[in-house]
Design a protein around this ligand. Structure first.
Ligand SMILES: [Zn+2]
Length: 109
């Protein structure tokens, strides 16, 4: 999911953004019994079938995974930046070598 159009997505597809372990959009259920009555939760679309991946998430507890995802992305960003630094360094070395080669050819060839 890209962050670019997530705000538009949030408004229109708020209930189908969550994916279960099968990477399928979750179905929203409402709890009808017990202390959690009226509470909504996400379940696998194959809920109560043999394909059920047993994914379960309360709708009001969604902040947590989003934070995790955010930190994951941030960590990934840092990783990419470090990698990019290395690539840029290698590129600089390469350019320096090419420049050196050109200079050597110009003056000594
Ligand atoms: Zn599933």
């Amino acid at each position: 999911m890209t962050s670019m159009n997530s705000s538009a997505r949030d408004r229109t597809q708020q209930q189908s953004q969550i994916y279960c372990y099968c990477q399928l959009k979750c179905v929203v259920y409402t709890c009808f019994r017990g202390p959690n009555r009226g509470r909504q939760f996400y379940r696998c679309i194959h809920s109560r079938t043999d394909d059920d991946c047993n994914f379960f998430k309360w709708m009001d507890e969604l902040e947590e995974p989003y934070h995790d995802t955010h930190y994951d992305l941030k960590a990934a960003d840092d990783k990419i930046l470090k990698k990019l630094d290395l690539v840029i360094f290698q590129l600089k070395v390469f350019i320096a070598l090419v420049a050196l080669d050109v200079i050597v050819r110009m003056y000594f060839a």
